[in-house]
Write a protein that binds this ligand. Structure first.
Ligand code: MN
Length: 254
């Protein structure tokens, strides 16, 4: 059973390691390549800038399921814009406006921060996680405790996929579908609007907890290849899910 402390430790570990300066980019890249999200993100304790992490694979590596041009624009333009605008939004707040720039702190105080911080911090965190939850070596199923608990919670892996896909389909407009581990240790499927996520301390985030699986259902994630057919994109995405990353997040190792 997960405790509040272990959840906080996990978030803190993720958050204190979040995204920083160019000097750390090689650490970042090798950590991303190993699929270890918590170790791959870090924050510069001296108030350094957030930066765009490298993808842990080539832009065309997820073909034919997710196309190269979508990945280039999604990572190189959309994600980069969130990073740039997060830095601008934090600059605009001023040096002493936040106790620290960790995601843990930002997401905890999210209701007190400007929309520009909410949208861009969420955008940066969500995408950084999303890239590590995909792999060219996909088309597999979860193993170990995550597999067991998905089966126990949803009846079967197929039923879980159906319910997760439904949540992704039903998210109106732009947002994300999530598999979350709540602080009581329960696996729950949910979705959030815009760039919100289950770590945000906000009434508009219905289910809070540790993200285990994340699916971007903004049209920018699929429009070039699938146009308006979100269901086709979701079906394709199952082929590239990185269950090793998800298992690590679930077991608190990553
Ligand atoms: Mn996106």
């Amino acid at each position: 059973m997960e405790t509040e402390n272990s959840r906080r430790d996990f978030i803190k570990k993720s958050a204190t390691l979040v995204l920083g300066t160019i000097t750390a980019s090689s650490i970042l890249n090798s950590a991303f390549a190993s699929g270890n999200f918590a170790d791959s993100i870090f924050i510069d304790p001296d108030g350094g800038k957030f930066s765009l992490p490298a993808l842990p694979y080539a832009y065309d590596a997820l073909e034919p399921h997710i196309d190269k041009m979508t990945m280039e624009i999604h990572h190189g333009k959309h994600h980069k814009t969130y990073v740039d605008n997060l830095n601008k939004a934090l600059d605009a707040l001023g040096k002493n406006a936040l106790e620290d720039q960790s995601f843990e702190h930002i997401f905890d105080k999210i209701e007190k921060l400007p929309d520009a911080v909410r949208n861009n911090a969420g955008g940066h965190y969500n995408h950084s996680l999303f890239w590590t939850l995909m792999t060219p070596k996909g088309n597999t199923e979860p193993k170990g405790k995550l597999a067991e608990d998905i089966k126990a919670g949803f009846g079967s892996f197929e039923e879980f996929k159906k319910q997760f896909s439904d949540a992704a389909m039903k998210r109106f407009g732009s947002g994300w579908a999530w598999l979350v581990k709540t602080k009581k240790g329960k696996l729950v499927i949910t979705s959030t609007a815009n760039q919100d996520n289950p770590l945000m301390n906000s009434d508009s985030v219905e289910i809070k907890g540790t993200p285990i699986l994340a699916l971007d259902v903004w049209e920018h994630a699929y429009y070039l290849k699938n146009q308006n057919r979100r269901a086709d994109y979701i079906a394709s995405w199952w082929n590239v899910v990185n269950w090793e990353t998800a298992e690590g997040l679930y077991e608190g190792k990553k």
